[in-house]
Design a protein. Structure first.
Length: 74
């Protein structure tokens, strides 16, 4: 399964997006930020890459600022 991660500036935004995505029925999990990436809060939100459009939509609708959305290599 291909995965992606969302990186955040604050842990508060991570929890906010996690709650929103779970409400939309997506399976997400919090993970340490992958070593090859960096994040101010050190924690990332992991999701199935097939849900990337929904993740991007939720970020846009919430108006939150994120550090970025990245694909993880298998």
């Amino acid at each position: 399964m291909s995965r992606g991660v969302v990186l955040f500036h604050t842990i508060h935004d991570l929890f906010r997006l996690e709650k929103e995505l779970k409400a939309r029925g997506l399976e997400v999990s919090t993970v340490p930020t992958p070593r090859q990436l960096s994040s101010d809060c050190g924690t990332a939100l992991c999701f199935d890459r097939s849900d990337a459009a929904t993740v991007r939509s939720a970020v846009a609708e919430s108006g939150m600022e994120i550090e970025g959305i990245h694909d993880l290599e298998d």
